[in-house]
Write a protein that binds this ligand. Structure first.
Ligand SMILES: [Zn+2]
Length: 382
């Protein structure tokens, strides 16, 4: 067990534990599959500040290698359309707050999708991201995108009016260092907009297969507010969305606020067994004798978790892996030696059940499959 990432306390309640989980999840090129190492994955909440976090963390340098590798590929909103719904929800939140337009920086700008939206309404946009996808964004934004890991020295002091980071803060090992860097690059009174996983919704959804090595922490309205105010940001507005929290905050000079007590532990304690229930539900689907031929749809962290935890005997029932994202086709699912196929394969295949491996995009997936599935009753959700 480590110290709490925020309050440095050492007392935890464990609520998710996998003996081994691959460092990477989802689709991977066949030639790279052998390189993928597995590590224990444990998620707990701090008994003092209730922050949900990994308590057997992989070394940061190992993860940094994953982020800059070619096969690391978050769903690109430009390519898959699946992440698009979340970007647009964030965009609505962003637009709901009246702001004077100026110079903005997006840390982890990925394919530049959000930068494009902001540019269209008059922001002077900059981006910073070492991911492979940045190279595509550079074609549109040129030198305004830097393909490096963000740190204070990358930009001048007090250069920006606004800094955005979506899907990033949950990857951070050292909050203080990161937020001090952000402060450095931000003008006095400047603002931040952030987007982080909402632990309450993640737990409600099923609590299994939603945790992976890259996400070091998972936040609630209470914990993210405490963290930001401790390191010099005043929270002005929060939207408690599903699955993400959106936060708007302002740089101020008050730091080192004491950790405020909150009641998150009531909800966390009540749901501590939730992931075990979900696991049992999955096992039941696989053990059912009527289900002899099973298709997994959606090559997510959940799909990776399923193939890495069900016993070999049951795993044999999986006859097809499929996903809408064309860039995943002919690759393998991490830790499982089977190729990912185009959904049109479903038309000529005999199967008993098609398991949707997503909690948050169920509707989108089902409607995308309507031309490939003759019998809707075969679809099962977790
Ligand atoms: Zn703590």
């Amino acid at each position: 067990m480590k110290n709490c990432l925020f309050c440095k306390n050492r007392g935890f309640e464990v609520f998710y534990n996998l003996k081994s989980f691959p460092i990477y999840f989802g689709a991977i090129p066949k030639k790279d599959n052998y390189k993928i190492k597995k590590f224990p994955l444990q998620v707990s909440y701090c008994k003092k500040c209730n922050l949900v976090q990994q308590t057997k963390r992989v070394k940061e340098s190992i993860l940094n290698k994953v982020y800059s590798s070619k096969y690391y590929n978050c769903p690109s909103p430009k390519k898959s359309g699946m992440g698009k719904r979340e970007v647009h929800k964030f965009w609505n939140f962003f637009r709901s707050i009246k702001q004077k337009k100026g110079k903005s920086l997006e840390i982890a700008s990925f394919d530049g999708y959000l930068m494009g939206l902001m540019k269209n309404i008059g922001w002077n946009v900059y981006g910073c991201d070492p991911a492979n996808e940045s190279k595509n964004a550079q074609r549109k934004f040129g030198k305004k995108i830097k393909t490096v890991f963000y740190r204070a020295g990358v930009y001048k002091k007090k250069e920006f009016d606004l800094i955005i980071f979506r899907n990033l803060f949950e990857h951070i090992y050292d909050y203080q260092k990161f937020l001090n860097n952000v402060s450095y690059s931000l003008k006095e009174g400047g603002h931040i907009f952030i987007d982080v996983p909402n632990i309450k919704e993640i737990i409600k959804a099923g609590s299994f297969g939603v945790f992976f090595h890259q996400h070091i922490s998972y936040f609630s309205k209470n914990t993210i507010t405490s963290i930001l105010s401790s390191y010099g940001f005043k929270v002005l507005k929060i939207f408690e969305g599903n699955p993400n929290l959106f936060i708007y905050a302002q740089k101020n000079s008050i730091k080192n606020k004491p950790v405020k007590k909150n009641k998150d532990n009531i909800f966390l304690k009540k749901n501590i067994k939730k992931s075990d229930y979900t696991k049992k539900k999955i096992i039941r689907i696989f053990k059912n004798q009527k289900n002899r031929r099973i298709v997994l749809f959606g090559m997510s962290a959940l799909a990776t978790s399923i193939v890495n935890f069900i016993p070999k005997k049951l795993k044999k029932k999986i006859i097809l892996l499929s996903d809408n994202d064309m860039t995943k086709h002919d690759k393998l699912l991490c830790g499982f030696n089977m190729k990912i196929s185009n959904p049109k394969e479903l038309l000529s295949l005999k199967y008993d059940k098609l398991l949707i491996c997503s909690y948050f995009f169920k509707k989108e997936i089902v409607s995308s499959l309507k031309n490939f599935i003759k019998d809707q009753k075969k679809i099962v959700f977790i």
